[in-house]
Design a protein around this ligand. Structure first.
Ligand code: EPU
Length: 451
């Protein structure tokens, strides 16, 4: 099992390019099931989550192959095409590894009339139910039963789902992958579907963009009300995945925690408004700079490239304490909560973080305490009293974003930090240690016996 060994205290300097978004790429891959034609995706990040979903799609008769195109810094191009539309079961062995695999349910149901998908189960960041996914699909007329840990879903006798008005909000707000699942299914339904309280995340907008390219008629993406006029069939399309806002936020904070000076290329600033607001309040300088030439030879700057700008991040003094509340987009993303906690742990005063998406997503707290942070958890909030410095220690990665937080802590800490179980990081960050080495960090990947 791999571990990272980090010698902290090196100021990060240089440039890093942000990869395609994991959470956009995964649902984009699943909608290849909706057509017999080829779907081509560019800028797909090289991540274990992507590999796992590709394996699942292969078992479902949708062949995923790597294409030419995209250089080493630009992710991979994937070609997806259904070769055998008869497979209908997404097995537990793959679905349990990552929840995004549950998003094959809507496309399979809509296109094949039937789907058997393992219930995903809980994970380290909380219970994570799928009741809203099922509520939405039931509203479209699907018959859904749970048997032996599997969801068995079938379309009505007419052979097609039917459009409906669906309220998709839950007690914790909208659901991102639930919106993706129901929206994808509704593209092939008979009649019009209106999804109220839909997720507004940029990844949903990206998915709607691809589906519309495939011939779907989706309006309102990025707002809480989606209108989907069902069509008879969808065709193939080619699409480039948006840049990963969470990776960008993570590298911005890596620069800040080391008092570094880093240019982040392909930064989706338009998708990071709330995070940038908080980071500027903390005292980080974030300024737009000229981007390198893009593939067509043009300089990608200006408002049109708000999803792929270059920004310079600099931080030269102690950070200010602030309050942060995670919320659905456009609020502060839960996927950056662990990382900002690390910055606040060394800020000059007391801060409060409140988690409103996953109230138990605090596994990093115990590990940060081992590094000398002063944190008190009270329910879904953590009170943070800034300390002068963190001190390196052996710590355990527990989930993807908690692990990213621990890497930041190690980069900023005095001494050596060993992070065990970095396979969590490989699910969502492509070559993280290489990127950080290129920025001057002393970080290496080592093989460790399992702990
Ligand atoms: N919820 C329900 N019922 C449902 C679905 C969700 O009550 O049927 C609740 C959840 O328990 C949670 C809230 O609604 O309290 C929001 O969950 P959501 O469904 O939006 O989360 P998700 O779609 O399962 C995606 C990302 C997560 C990210 C969340 C929130 C993907 C593949 N995953 O999960 O990403 O934290 O949205 O923004 O897109 C990560 O990348 O590390 C990650 C965990």
């Amino acid at each position: 099992m791999d571990a990272f060994v980090i010698h902290g205290g090196q100021r990060l300097r240089g440039r890093v390019r942000i990869q395609g978004s994991k959470n956009a790429a995964l649902p984009l891959m699943t909608v290849a099931i909706l057509t017999d034609d080829e779907v081509v995706l560019h800028d797909v990040p090289r991540l274990t989550d992507v590999d796992n979903l590709a394996s699942l799609l292969n078992t479902l008769g949708c062949r995923v192959r790597q294409g030419e195109g995209n250089g080493p810094d630009h992710g991979q191009t994937l070609h997806l095409r259904v070769e055998d539309p008869t497979a209908d079961t997404a097995e537990y062995d793959i679905v349990r590894r990552m929840r995004a695999t549950f998003n094959v349910l809507g496309p399979m149901l809509a296109r094949r009339g039937k789907a058997v998908v393992s219930m995903p189960g809980g994970c380290n960041i909380g219970d994570r139910p799928v009741d809203l996914h099922l509520r939405g699909l039931r509203a479209l007329g699907a018959r859904i039963e749970l048997d032996g840990g599997y969801i068995h879903a079938t379309v009505p006798e007419s052979g097609r789902l039917r459009g409906a008005r669906v309220f998709l909000g839950g007690s914790m707000g909208p659901t991102v992958t639930g919106t993706a699942n129901v929206m994808s299914a509704a593209t092939l339904a008979e009649g019009t579907t209106i999804l109220e309280s839909a997720a507004c995340e940029p990844e949903i907008v990206d998915l709607a963009d691809l589906l519309n390219r495939m011939g779907a008629r989706i309006g309102g993406a990025g707002t809480p009300r989606l209108t989907i006029e069902g069509v008879e069939s969808l065709h193939g399309a080619e699409h480039a995945v948006i840049a990963d806002r969470i990776e960008a936020g993570t590298y911005i904070m890596a620069a800040a925690v080391t008092n570094g000076d880093v240019v982040i290329d392909n930064c989706p600033v338009d998708a990071l408004t709330a995070a940038l607001d908080r980071l500027v309040e903390i005292g980080i300088e974030i300024t737009p700079v000229e981007s390198p030439l893009d593939r067509s030879g043009a300089v990608a700057t200006g408002p049109a490239s708000g999803m792929g700008q270059s920004v310079r991040v600099a931080s030269r003094r102690r950070l200010n304490p602030i309050t942060v509340t995670t919320q659905p987009h456009p609020g502060f993303p839960t996927d950056l909560q662990a990382q900002i906690m690390v910055l606040l742990a060394v800020a000059d005063g007391n801060s409060i973080i409140t988690e409103k998406i996953f109230p138990d997503r605090f596994l990093h707290v115990a590990e940060l305490l081992r590094m000398g942070a002063s944190l008190v958890r009270n329910g879904s909030s953590v009170l943070i009293s800034g300390v002068r410095e963190l001190i390196g220690a052996p710590v355990m990665a527990s989930d993807l974003r908690a692990s990213a937080g621990l890497v930041l802590a190690g980069l900023g800490a005095r001494g050596v930090t060993t992070i065990n179980r970095v396979y969590h990081l490989d699910r969502g960050y492509e070559k993280m240690e290489v990127n950080l080495q290129n920025l001057g960090a002393r970080i290496e990947r080592v093989k460790r016996p399992a702990v």
